[in-house]
Design a protein around this ligand. Sequence first.
Ligand SMILES: NC(=O)c1ccc[n+]([C@@H]2O[C@H](COP(=O)([O-])OP(=O)(O)OC[C@H]3O[C@@H](n4cnc5c(N)ncnc54)[C@H](OP(=O)(O)O)[C@@H]3O)[C@@H](O)[C@H]2O)c1
Length: 313
Amino acid sequence: MKAAQINKYGGSEVVEINKNAPKPNLSRGHLLVEVYAAGVNPVDWKIREGYMRQMVPLQFPATLGGDFSGVVEEVGDGVSGFKKGDEVYGQASITRGGSGSFAEFVSADAKSTAHKPKSIGHVEAAALPLTGVSAWQALVEHIGISRGKKILIHGGAGGIGSIAIQIAKYLGAYVATTVSARDIPYVKELGADEAIDYKNQSFDEMLHDYDAVYDTVGGETYVKSFKVLKRGGIIVSMLEQPRSELVERYGVKAIGQFTQVTSERLSKLAELVDKRVIKVYVDRTFPLEQAGEALEYQQKGHPRGKVVLKIKT
Ligand SMILES: NC(=O)c1ccc[n+]([C@@H]2O[C@H](COP(=O)([O-])OP(=O)(O)OC[C@H]3O[C@@H](n4cnc5c(N)ncnc54)[C@H](OP(=O)(O)O)[C@@H]3O)[C@@H](O)[C@H]2O)c1
């Protein structure tokens, strides 16, 4: 089968298309899925560059990619709830027990897979697992966002931010978000009440007494965000771990999230998609052969919404 692989860490030049990669072995608890589309996330180029080599050292050749949407080809021992021919979506990164989704077939842990939303195609479904579950886990499980609460979502035009805005609005919150100026109309269309141009405006001088901040940016943005919160508020970050001096000074709760894509969370997201609560925005698709270019575009092209590899459609 064809797969986008690396044999060493590096930039997009290390991505190779192997036309003779072996089909993944099907182990207990896993599904063999024919991949129709694979979503591209920042973590995919971070893995390629070796950011995670201390935590999860790769064995080469390594197939890139995590998010996928496709059709079940074979069901492993110990798996229930799936059969051959089911349309499914989920996460199968090599760093999380899968075989890598930038390939024609993937072995995916059934616990990180669910039936795909019925109302959208494979390209949109492949764009959803990591970003959608990140937003769900932060807003619903950590923050417990609800009617009338005020939340600041950083990076509202990004993969996670765009889903987070839609979930927060659905649950009745007031949403402010930071974006580049050109993305202000886009996030307003998603439902944001207030959009702040992060390059020319200072969100920390404009917003006060917020119940929650959802940080998908990190660094200085994370530190400044504490000023926006009221005492007793909460900040969840996708990039930063809590710092006790900030937590104590501002009297807030801080969480550094590690997203876990589970069947339960994916199924809840699928329901919201099928109820037309969440719309998935795909900025650009690439063929599998251009996986390197797709990663480059995700990293440097400022996509509005998601980048997806179209593998079989
Ligand atoms: N901890 C975990 O388990 C976990 C899971 C998933 C993702 N993540 C991380 O979460 C981050 C976001 O992921 P994503 O998929 O949403 O990425 P993405 O699609 O690339 O979106 C990032 C967004 O942030 C915006 N941005 C950049 N600098 C900003 C700033 N200073 N203020 C406000 N917005 C800014 C970008 O806008 P412009 O393009 O206009 O600059 C872009 O729209 C990534 O670093 C990813 O690796 C962590």
